[in-house]
Design a protein around this ligand. Structure first.
Ligand code: ADP
Length: 323
């Protein structure tokens, strides 16, 4: 390839910058003549907000959160005529292939662009939610988990000092990957996720048992944000009706940014390098991910069609270990 483009799209995640850096450098060091950065995801592709990148332009970003290319949602990209404009902008600059870093929506957009216009694309899983099929891990998940764990450790101090129950809501959209790992890592008394049934009665029994054992009423319940935006508040109201006085803490956007963890920097650097290798080997319409410690390629079609399942065993471990 003479020229390839990179874009970050959808919700930002920590590790997108080391991914950008590795793609730029791996490409330029492997004979690609030009690497272009597309700003603000698909929006920049449509509005032709595209800049030439160099090895120097990605200096000192390996440790930075967010994405230097910016990210955005671009709902118009669902319109074929808008995608025509994007394809024209790519070809007018001689950009022959595209690497897209983002979540399932972004990877869907990449797949459609490839199918419709024959533009070779490689996707990288970039989301804190870890909800992408075909890969065990996503860029930004580890950092988000660590940030939430650190925050909950602090909340735990207050919960114990004041013998208070805390409901802590973590991100994850419709999946409970963050909640489950954070719950295990923080020794949460309960984890509530969209994937598995939650037994309110069981929670009340657990809390009563703790109380009778003299463990007071302090505790942490980790709630995945899930589909129901009111779940955490409803749970708090139900617990109040049972004589508890829970506090609510919604961690929110602190989970998305921040300096990427060592793990996410490694993951992003290895996946970015692999994306270039796959591209230069003639692959297209795939996502590059990790499975059982090895780099794998997964057809984007499969990524879009499948749903990643939260390991029941992991969820059960969270329940087993708090007792
Ligand atoms: P994420 O990539 O984090 O899942 P979104 O779901 O918001 O975030 O998707 C990011 C962007 O990807 C959207 O704003 C849109 O530009 C593009 N996209 C999502 N779904 C589609 C689709 N079905 N067709 C074309 N583009 C899409």
């Amino acid at each position: 390839y003479n020229a390839v483009g990179i874009l970050t799209s959808g919700g930002d995640s920590s590790g997108m910058n080391p991914a950008i850096r590795s793609i730029v450098r791996a490409a330029l060091n492997s004979g690609v003549k030009q690497v272009f950065g597309v700003r603000r995801g698909y929006q920049g592709l449509v509005s032709d907000d595209i800049t030439l990148m160099s090895s120097r332009s990605v200096t000192n970003i390996v440790q930075k959160g967010g994405t230097v290319l910016k990210s955005a949602r671009c709902p118009e990209f669902s319109d074929p005529s808008v995608r025509d404009v994007a394809a024209r902008n790519l070809s007018s600059r001689g950009i022959e292939a595209l690497v897209v870093i983002g979540g399932d929506g972004s990877l869907t957009g990449a797949h459609i662009l490839c199918q419709e216009h024959g533009i070779p694309v490689i996707g990288l899983p970039g989301t804190i939610d870890n909800d992408i099929p075909g890969t065990d891990d996503t860029i930004g998940f580890d950092t988000a988990v660590n940030t939430a764990v650190e925050a909950i450790d602090r909340i735990r101090d207050t919960a114990r000092s004041h013998e208070r129950l805390f409901l802590v809501e973590v991100m994850g959209r419709n999946s409970g990957f963050i909640a489950t790992q954070v719950g295990i890592a923080c020794g949460a008394e309960m984890v509530v996720v969209p994937e598995y049934a939650f037994d309110f009665h069981d929670l009340c029994i657990t809390l009563a048992e703790r109380h009778s054992k003299g463990q007071g009423s302090s505790g942490i319940i980790v709630v995945a944000e899930g589909r129901d935006p009111d779940l955490t508040h409803r749970l708090a109201a139900q617990l109040k009706a049972q004589g508890q006085d829970p506090k609510i803490s919604i961690l929110g956007h602190i989970q998305r940014g921040g300096s990427p963890s060592g793990h996410d920097r490694m993951l992003a650097s290895c996946l970015g390098t692999a994306a270039v290798e796959y591209l230069l080997a003639g692959y297209s319409d795939i996502m590059v991910g990790v499975h059982k410690g090895a780099i794998v390629d997964v057809p984007l079609q499969r990524v879009i069609e499948e749903k990643k399942v939260l390991d029941r065993k992991l969820f059960d471990i969270a329940a087993l270990l708090h007792k």
